[in-house]
Design a protein. Structure first.
Length: 577
């Protein structure tokens, strides 16, 4: 399966929108390109198969943009973008990569101070060169430095969905070749980490060369970094490195275990091997003295010879999994198939890209038993929500209930937690919703005490069922808010308010570390997609993976429960199960 062109087109149109703004172009035109970028990125079909007329059928894509995208898909270039890039110095484009620095400020820094690199900007701030520059006060400097730290911390890593798309394509291609006995991705991707440095793919076969040749010939392989008899590395056009290793079939389990990691987990396993007078490597488990191989065929056999049950990859981080395994206390991790519903989704009534019935049909096709529509409430002003619009949507939801594969529908809303912890509508109006998600969307820079009080008060609201994307982070762009999360977790447990594990790869919020902490407080969770388009519904798997990394079971996650039990939980005034 080749990669969809949608994301490439989305990135190109977003870049063009930024370039328009930075060169003083029409802000309305820039917004039109931003909207079209989101629409194409979230379109359910691969746009590579569409002509200009088909592109115009995508809501938000007008004739001019459709013609440009059609030309790009046919030729691989978009002259308007190339021209705009030519007017912007490379140094300015580098500065624009800083999450907290907008395009206009990047241009000002270049034109007024000659700053053309991220290190140069940090040096200029530390030397006090920005002081006195219009629009650059102490708070701006602080925000820029924070943005540079976020950029540096990403370290060239990519989000899990980007790595997964490439890895699954490579695995599918290599698995189809003659002589392939096993093929899988390994490394941090198999452990479902939120960002991935390199993609590791493992093949079990008696001959390596056919796989190396096929691998370097794949469309993703923009550059061959290294090619050998056992390992070949390529780099994609986006800079992601993919490493392929071919191992003998009888060493499959040892290789998969070793290259899955983590390094810390592997060290603990090797220590156990040493204590048993054994030696563990990527080739197998051996007697230390005679070097005679004991086993290497499967991971399960190796763990068993080390006195352990098989440990699921998301737990392999040396965070107590070895000790839990020895005590017989490994959790029965949440299976993806156990998730019965999605409790946080959007339609084109607010900032979603697809109409209500299209989202409902798509959710039903994915096998969900129930599905909540939770469009934004009125305090997020740009969404222009009104009581009347929401009530009309409620009628439409009720009319669709059970019509698609008998999937039950819940009508909900995503409320905005204001700076004092209040939410959009009064309790009387909120009583009409089946489920209320409440999220922080603004005022991220409040003090730690204020943010903590804000979230706790939202938990205490009798109509708030779920705290959405609780830390508000956006991976690689915005850090988590500074709140006393343990106090928030305690409030959730006390009030019967669930915490969301937002499955969107940009967020994955709560993260695994926070889930582990919240779980100790007795909190319940909801794994939701926060889908704004049909393809977003497929992100549920990443929320499940994050939940697994947080040691969660199906019992911990409210949207694995049958609908009657879920409804009892959502009634915060009723008895707890």
């Amino acid at each position: 399966m080749a990669a969809r062109a949608n994301k490439d087109v989305e990135a190109l149109l977003k870049e063009y929108a930024d370039l328009l703004l930075i060169t003083g172009g029409d802000a309305f035109k820039a917004r039109a390109y931003e909207k079209a970028a989101r629409a194409i990125g979230g379109h359910h079909a691969d746009v590579a198969g569409l002509d200009a007329a088909g592109l115009r059928d995508i809501p938000g894509v007008g004739r001019s943009i459709a013609d440009k995208v059609d030309a790009y898909l046919r030729t691989g270039t978009l002259p308007a973008v190339e021209e705009a890039r030519g007017r912007i110095p490379q140094g300015v484009r580098e500065l624009m990569a800083i999450p907290t620095l907008g395009p206009k400020k990047a241009l000002t820094l270049y034109e007024d101070l000659g700053i053309a690199s991220v290190p140069g900007l940090r040096d200029a701030i530390e030397a006090g060169r920005l002081r006195g520059l219009k629009g650059f006060g102490p708070r701006t400097e602080e925000n820029i430095l924070h943005g540079i730290d976020i950029l540096r911390s990403s370290g060239g890593r990519v989000r899990i969905n980007q790595a997964m798309e490439v890895a699954e394509d490579v695995v599918a291609t290599l698995s189809s070749l003659d002589g392939c006995e096993e093929c899988a991705y390994a490394g941090s991707l198999r452990r479902m980490r939120e960002t991935i440095g390199d993609v590791d793919v493992l093949v079990a076969a008696r001959r390596a060369e056919p796989f190396m040749a096929a691998f370097t010939g794949m469309p993703y392989a923009a550059e061959t970094v290294a090619r050998g008899a056992k390992k070949t590395s390529v780099r994609t056009a986006d800079g992601l490195q993919i490493d392929l290793r071919v191992v003998p079939p009888d060493a499959w389990g040892a290789g998969l275990l070793y290259f899955t990691g983590s390094k810390a987990h592997n060290i603990r396993l090797r220590e156990r091997a040493v204590h048993r007078k054994l030696k563990l490597s990527e080739y197998g488990l051996f007697h230390a003295r005679s070097s005679r191989k004991i086993t290497s065929r499967t991971e399960e056999e190796i763990y068993a010879r080390l006195g352990l049950p098989w440990i699921p990859p998301p737990l392999r981080e040396d965070r107590g999994e070895i000790e839990a395994a020895l005590r017989g206390e490994l959790p029965a991790l949440l299976p993806g198939a156990a998730v019965r519903g999605d409790l946080h989704t959007h339609t084109d009534l607010t900032d979603g890209l697809a109409p209500l019935e299209e989202m409902v049909r798509a959710a039903a096709r994915r096998g969900l038993r129930y599905y909540a529509v939770t469009d934004h409430a009125p305090d997020l002003v740009m969404q222009r929500m009104t009581d009347e619009k929401m009530l009309r949507q409620r009628d439409a939801v009720r009319a669709l209930d059970g019509r698609h594969h008998r999937m039950r529908l819940l009508h909900g809303t995503e409320l905005n937690i204001d700076p004092d912890g209040g939410v959009d509508w009064p309790e009387e109006f909120l009583r009409g919703f089946d489920v209320c998600v409440a999220s922080v969307h603004s005022h991220f820079g409040q003090s730690r005490d204020a943010l903590t009080r804000r979230l706790v008060r939202a938990c205490e609201n009798p109509r708030v069922n779920i705290i959405g994307h609780p830390t508000t982070r956006i991976i690689g762009k915005r850090a988590a808010i500074d709140a006393d999360l343990d106090e928030v977790f305690a409030a959730c447990a006390r009030t019967g308010t669930a915490l969301e594990i937002n499955a969107h790869p940009n967020r994955l919020d709560l993260c695994d570390d926070h889930i582990l902490r919240a779980r100790r407080h007795g909190v319940k969770f909801a794994v939701d997609t926060d889908a704004h388009s049909v393809p977003d519904l497929d992100y549920l798997r990443f929320g499940v993976g994050t939940a697994q990394r947080g040691w969660l079971t199906a019992e911990d996650v409210i949207n694995t429960w049958p609908l009657p039990r879920l409804r009892r939980f959502l009634d915060k005034s009723g008895p707890r199960d």
